[in-house]
Design a protein around this ligand. Structure first.
Ligand code: DAH
Length: 355
C-alpha cells in the first residue's frame, strides 16, 4: 500500500474518531470485537501509522509517538467502558431470563399437620414434669382387676355399669403381677394405672397417666368410643385436699389462662373418699365466663392403697382425672367431637400456629 510508509496524523486521528464513534454505538460483544479488529488490528490505520513512525525524523517521531499514544489511550478507554457496559447488560439479560416467576402455579405436594390432641397431651405432660412428677403409661388392654376391683368397685357394684366396658375375648388375664383369671378389658379409665403405678413404683408417688380409654359409646357430638384421659395420682405422707386443689388450679391456669381456676363439688367415685366433681372456671366460655364440668377427683380411698399393699394410716393421696378431648373442645370452642376424630387435615392445620 503506497501510503503505508508515510505517517498521516490527520488520517489516523480521523480513523480513531470514527472507531470511537462506532464503539459508542455498539451493543454486543461481537460488534465491539469487530470494531477493535477494524480500527486497532494488524491491518488497521492505527497499526500502519504506528509502523510508519519508525521512518520519521527525530522530532516528528516524538510528536507522532505522543499522538499515537493519546489515540491508542482514547480508543482503549472507549473500548473498555463499552465492554463493561455490554457485559453488564449481558449479565442482567441472563439473570432476567432465569428469574423464577413466583406467580406460576406449582405442583405442590400436600403436607400433613399434627393433630392438636397429642400436642395438648404433651403440654399436660410437660406441666407434670415441671412439677417433678413422673409420666406413667399403663396398658390399654387391662385386667378387670386394675380397671375396677383394685379401685374399690365391688363385684356387683352399680358403678361397674356406670362405664360401659369392652370385654376382651378369651377373658384370661396373663398379667405380670399374677392376677391370672381376671377378665381382660379395654381400660375404661386411666385410673387403672393408679394401683399399677403404686405396685410398680412404690411410695411416695407422683404420677400422671395420660392415654387412650375405651367405652361402648356411639360416636356423637360429645362422645366417642375411644378417647383420651389424663389421670393424676399423688401418694405421700400428709397430703390433703389443699394439695389437690393447688395442683388443679395450676392445671386450670396452664390449660385455660391466668384467670382460670377449679372448683370442687361433692360427688361419689368408688376409688376416692371424699370424692368431688371437678369444675373449671372458664373465662373465655362462649356466652360469657362460667363454670364447666371438667373431670373427677378426690382423696384416694384407703381400700385403693390397701390394694397396692400400702398402709393408709401412714400414707394419704389424692387423684384426679380429666378428659383430653373435652379439654380441647372447651379450650378451642369446638362443638363437635366428629371434628376431632375424622382426620381431616384442614381441621388440624388450624392449630399449627402457636399451638
Ligand atoms: N376415672 C374417672 C372417669 O373416668 C375420672 C376420675 C374421677 C378420676 C375421680 C379420678 C378421680 O382420679 O379421683 O370418669
Amino acid at each position: 500500500m503506497a501510503g503505508s510508509s508515510t505517517f498521516d496524523a490527520e488520517k489516523v486521528t480521523d480513523a480513531v474518531i470514527e472507531g470511537i464513534a462506532k464503539i459508542k454505538d455498539a451493543s454486543t460483544m461481537e460488534g465491539l470485537k469487530a470494531i477493535k479488529a477494524q480500527y486497532a488490528g494488524a491491518d488497521s490505520v492505527m497499526t500502519q501509522a504506528s509502523r510508519a513512525i519508525g521512518g520519521l525524523g527525530k522530532d516528528e517521531k516524538k510528536t507522532a509517538g505522543q499522538l499515537m499514544g493519546k489515540l491508542r489511550a482514547d480508543f482503549g478507554r472507549a473500548y473498555g467502558l463499552k465492554e463493561s457496559e455490554v457485559k453488564a447488560e449481558d449479565e442482567a439479560r441472563k439473570l432476567g431470563s432465569e428469574t423464577v416467576d413466583m406467580t406460576l402455579p406449582v405442583n405442590r405436594k400436600p403436607i400433613g399437620s399434627r393433630h392438636p390432641l397429642p400436642k395438648l397431651m404433651e403440654d399436660v405432660e410437660d406441666l407434670f414434669i415441671s412439677m417433678g412428677w413422673q409420666i406413667s403409661e399403663g396398658p390399654e388392654v387391662e385386667t378387670e382387676w386394675y380397671d375396677f376391683d383394685a379401685l374399690n368397685f365391688g363385684p356387683d357394684h352399680p358403678a361397674r355399669q356406670m362405664q360401659d366396658t369392652f370385654y376382651v375375648k378369651g377373658n384370661q388375664a396373663r398379667d405380670a403381677a399374677g392376677f391370672v383369671g381376671s377378665n381382660m378389658v379395654l381400660r375404661t379409665q386411666t385410673s387403672s394405672d393408679q394401683v399399677r403405678g403404686l405396685i410398680a413404683r412404690g411410695v411416695p408417688l407422683y404420677i400422671a397417666s395420660p392415654g387412650r380409654v375405651f367405652r361402648t359409646d356411639e360416636l356423637d357430638a360429645t362422645h366417642t368410643p375411644v378417647f383420651h384421659q389424663c389421670e393424676a395420682l399423688a401418694v405421700d405422707k400428709n397430703l390433703t385436699m389443699g394439695d389437690l386443689k393447688g395442683v388443679l388450679d395450676k392445671l386450670a391456669v396452664t390449660m385455660f389462662g391466668p384467670e382460670a381456676k377449679s372448683r370442687l363439688r361433692p360427688s361419689y367415685f368408688p376409688f376416692t373418699e371424699p370424692s368431688a366433681e371437678l369444675d373449671l372456671w372458664f373465662p373465655d366460655k362462649k356466652g360469657g365466663p362460667g363454670w364447666i364440668e371438667w373431670g373427677g377427683c378426690g382423696m384416694v380411698n384407703p381400700n385403693v392403697l390397701r390394694s397396692a399393699g400400702i398402709d393408709p394410716d401412714v400414707y394419704t393421696g389424692f387423684a384426679f382425672g380429666v378428659g383430653m378431648e373435652r379439654t380441647l373442645l372447651l379450650r378451642h370452642d369446638i362443638n363437635d367431637m366428629h371434628d376431632l376424630v375424622e382426620g381431616d387435615v384442614r381441621f388440624s392445620k388450624q392449630f399449627v400456629m402457636g399451638e
